[in-house]
Ligand binder design. Structure first.
Ligand SMILES: [Zn+2]
Length: 87
């Protein structure tokens, strides 16, 4: 179940095992019918990379909430960058 054809785990599977099948956002265990999505902890738009330390698995609805919050963070960050530029 947790192996590809070539015997290598996918990033999502590695994260799931690391998280002990718990969603990092709502801290509820994933169920067999949960929709799970791979999330970049630091969004790529904020310079986050593809390394496993920057990846986590979230429920789709939790991912939606986080993405919205990331957007807010990003907007604040942009404002801050602009304010530095005017120093
Ligand atoms: Zn969740």
């Amino acid at each position: 179940m947790f192996q590809n054809m070539n015997g290598k785990k996918t990033k999502k599977q590695v994260c799931l095992i690391k998280q002990k099948f718990i969603c990092n956002h709502c801290e509820q265990a994933f169920k067999h019918d949960s929709i799970m999505e791979l999330d970049h902890i630091v969004p790529k738009s904020c310079g986050g990379g593809e390394q496993s330390t920057n990846l986590q698995v979230l429920h789709r609805h939790c991912h939606d909430i986080k993405t919205r919050d990331d957007g807010r963070y990003h907007a604040r960050h942009e404002t801050w960058i602009r304010s530095i530029a005017s120093w």
